[in-house]
Design a protein around this ligand. Structure first.
Ligand code: SF4
Length: 334
């Protein structure tokens, strides 16, 4: 039996103090991943700090023209928020592509960033796993790896990050607001999650004593030309084999700016800003997109169970550009 204590916090400093006093503590909001990890004996919190009373449920404009989303805003509330739907539809679509309505109704924005890989070996406490127990090995390398990484993996771990929302946040150049005992800081989204390297047990660059308080979106939301493509084994409630979050700025058929993040392919949402920069000034046509996909996947490495994801990702990228361009054509016709 896992014995634990439970407490509540009503202010951010109080929650951080409670966590600092017990390093085996865990914050809980929706609990949609923590409870899984706990039940499977992967997480062993001695103290659970319920943060649902913290004042982190606002969605509010920023002075820079962006939007700040409190960490306790539920996934559903974020997806259906009128401002997010209108200005950041890429984010709304990505959120609604993830999980189930029941889960989205309780899962928090902050918790979405912190969910852990769904690698089946990670959840099976009877198997070896470098992420769960560093130094024990990675059976996924030669085992069941259909859902695993083709980019940015290491010899220690080939797990992927499971979130849809995070893929859109990466494409949108969001930032993450953190609070800890030493004060507050803001991390670019690209620096929040880590690649596995030789420390696959560490998922993020957040410190153990920090709490996510908000996610901030910049002014540019790619509302006019965007697409979220998710390829999965069934139509709902399945993690992505591959996903693509794409935002385009177009001048006619010329690409002015492009942000593209891939999900389901790496330990973090995957971007290649050099490949994106190479698109600027190019016509949006099949050759441009195919060359971009080749650049994005140049370092991809498949294994026995997941090599198919390389071509699948290229086709998902092409589909995303076609969907964004289709919007463009429809708008020209109006
Ligand atoms: Fe563990 Fe990572 Fe290997 Fe999965 S891929 S078994 S999470 S080390």
């Amino acid at each position: 039996m896992n014995r634990f204590s439970y407490t509540r916090a009503s202010e951010v400093p109080q929650a951080i103090d409670q966590h600092c006093a017990n390093r085996a503590a865990a914050f809980i909001a929706g609990g949609t991943n923590l409870v899984d990890l706990w039940r499977e004996n992967v997480a062993h919190p001695q103290l659970v700090i319920d943060i649902n009373r913290l004042p982190l449920r606002q969605i509010e404009p920023t002075a820079a023209g962006g939007l700040k989303i409190g960490a306790l805003v539920t996934n559903s509330a974020a997806a259906y928020d009128a401002t997010i739907s209108a200005r950041y539809p890429l984010l709304s679509k990505a959120i609604l592509a993830g999980a189930s309505p029941q889960i989205r109704n309780v899962a928090s924005v902050g918790g979405n960033l912190l969910q852990r890989t769904r690698c089946l070996y990670f959840y099976d406490a009877g198997t070896r796993c470098n992420k769960r127990e560093p130094g024990t090995g990675c059976p996924a390398m030669e085992g069941v790896n259909r859902m695993h990484a083709i980019l940015g993996a290491s010899e220690h771990c080939i797990a992927v990050h499971p979130s849809d929302m995070c893929v859109a946040l990466a494409a949108l150049d969001a930032t993450v607001h953190l609070s800890g005992p030493d004060g507050s800081r803001v991390l670019p989204f690209a620096d929040f999650h880590r690649l596995p390297g030789d420390t696959p047990h560490i998922d993020t660059n957040m410190r153990d004593d920090e709490l996510i308080t908000a996610v901030e979106l910049p002014k540019q939301g790619f509302a006019e030309h965007h697409a979220y493509v998710k390829v999965r084994d069934r139509a709902s409630y399945a993690f992505a084999l591959v996903s693509v979050a794409l935002g385009l700025e177009l001048a006619g058929d010329i690409i002015v700016n492009a942000h593209c993040a891939l999900g389901g392919v790496a330990h973090k949402p995957w971007r290649n800003t050099d490949a994106e920069a190479s698109l600027r000034g190019k016509p949006l046509n099949a050759d441009t997109v195919r060359n971009f996909a080749t650049d994005m996947l140049r370092d991809a490495r498949g294994r026995r169970g997941n090599a198919f994801k390389i071509e699948l990702t290229a086709r998902a990228i092409e589909r995303a550009f076609a969907m964004a361009a289709q919007r463009s054509l429809e708008e020209h016709a109006r």
